[in-house]
Ligand binder design. Structure first.
Ligand code: B12
Ligand code: SF4
Ligand code: SF4
Length: 362
């Protein structure tokens, strides 16, 4: 193996350099013993906390044993891409247009992160020896990414369930490289939360995210109930959205950053210059989104994570936000939207009529 005589610290410094060359932060190395995390994950699923995300029920065996994604894998090298934009949409309460979660305003991270990790993987093969095998996993792979990041000991899972770097906060995306390479000195297996570690730090007695979550989705420490999370409703849910969540969708039309923005670890964090250059979504008109055809949808949202909700979901969210905000242009065409070919759009327009009537009466 090349460079096997490099001292542990020198090796870490080399990996740091590789990561930095691709605009990434090297978080650390974790082993692949996920038995405790898998038990927690299965309990979470058993309680129905995944809401309608049925795809999360698949591949529990891979989540428990990530080496099923890469035969013989023994460790994961975790990388982070910081994306805090810090512009007027990042902070502040009620804006002229509803906000979009910051990560979703950039180009689709699945693509740019993969290309960065592909570069880093090449660097790792040169450093560690090409006799080792590597496999990139990002987001959609059945891997418990935050748990892996926390196992490195450089991060911890907070009560908002996000992976938090004590020095850099939580506005970053994660990606991993699974590998057959293993160094018992470097691969860590720290508990996920600080409450389970012996050292101080972590959330301590803070509960800000739980108190400020507008919908009570962080009802248990270190666990989310996606059935109550705005991010779930606006991004993942393929049906109608219950009216109890509508007032909040007028503020966050796609995703939600509240439980991160209120976290003390995100106070004073630096903005990411590279993120700014990857930004695509700045502002949009709710009427335009509520009524957009396929062509307009691709122009405004194409190549961004917002396509996860599809044209249908984004039109639904825009109708809700426009109605709650009292935007007359959209309200005036609700009768037309009620006959729309898209069943989610027509159903949302019908519910909107009731919503307006009830709110007038109350
Ligand atoms: C499904 C999913 C969602 C769902 C569910 C969120 C969730 N918290 O699980 C929804 C749609 C709601 C969502 C929202 C968001 N997501 Co998301 N999501 C995922 C995805 C695909 C899977 C997560 C998962 O497996 N959840 C299941 C739970 C059980 O797993 P877990 O959170 O790792 O759970 C651990 C802890 O909760 C803890 N735990 C559980 N029970 C217990 C009990 C005790 C006693 C203790 C101590 C601990 C503990 O151990 C668990 C197992 O490791 C990951 C990508 C991936 N492959 O990991 C991205 C991911 C987690 N999301 C991400 C992001 C950016 C977001 C949003 C910020 C987007 C937005 N602005 O709207 C929000 C944040 C909301 C929030 N507070 O989590 C990033 C997080 C980066 C970070 N710094 O943490 C990820 C890692 C994607 C990526 N590649 O970067 N997401
Ligand atoms: S993303 Fe928003 S709704 Fe979901 S848990 Fe965080 S604060 Fe609550
Ligand atoms: S807001 Fe407080 S409780 Fe929530 S994750 Fe941050 S430090 Fe932990």
């Amino acid at each position: 193996m090349k460079n096997s005589n490099l001292a542990a610290n020198a090796l870490i410094a080399e990996i740091d350099k590789i990561a930095a060359a691709y605009g990434l932060i090297f978080v650390g190395i974790s082993d692949l013993d996920m038995h405790l995390e898998a038990i927690r994950f299965n309990e979470w699923i058993a309680e129905g906390r995944q809401a309608g995300m049925d795809w999360m029920e698949k591949y529990p065996d891979i989540r428990a044993k990530p080496n099923r994604l890469l035969e013989g894998a023994k460790s994961a090298l975790i990388f982070a891409f910081p994306y805090f934009l810090g512009d007027r949409w990042s902070r502040g309460k009620l804006e002229p247009s509803p906000k979009v979660a910051q990560y979703a305003r950039l180009r689709d991270y699945h693509k740019f992160l993969r290309s960065k990790l592909t570069g880093a993987q090449q660097g790792l093969a040169d450093l560690l020896g090409s006799d080792h095998r590597f496999r990139i996993a990002i987001d959609s792979a059945p891997v418990l990414e935050r748990a892996l990041a926390a196992k490195t000991g450089s991060m911890f899972i907070g009560k908002n369930t996000c992976a938090i770097d004590p020095k850099r906060g939580s506005f970053f995306l994660l990606g991993e490289i699974l590998t057959t390479w293993f160094d018992p000195q470097l691969a860590k297996s720290e508990p996920s939360t600080h409450s389970e570690r012996k050292d101080s730090g972590g959330c301590g007695t803070c509960r800000r995210c739980q108190v400020h979550c507008p919908t009570g989705a962080l009802d248990k420490d270190y666990q989310i109930d996606a059935r109550k999370c705005l991010s779930y409703w606006t991004i993942e849910n393929r049906g109608e959205i219950p009216t109890e969540y509508w007032p909040w969708i007028a503020r966050y039309i796609f995703g939600c950053d509240i439980c991160q923005l209120v976290c003390p670890y995100n106070r004073g964090i630096t903005t990411s210059e590279e993120s700014k250059s990857l930004m695509k979504i700045e502002d949009f008109d709710l009427f335009e989104v509520a009524t957009m055809d396929q062509e307009k949808y691709e122009i405004i949202f194409g190549g961004t994570p917002m396509t996860r909700a599809k044209r249908s979901g984004l039109r639904r969210n825009a109708i809700i936000a426009a109605v709650v905000r009292g935007e007359s242009k959209t309200i005036q065409i609700l009768d037309i939207l009620m006959t729309d070919d898209d069943p989610i759009v027509s159903a949302t327009a019908k519910t909107a009529k009731f919503f307006i009537k009830n709110n007038k009466n109350s």
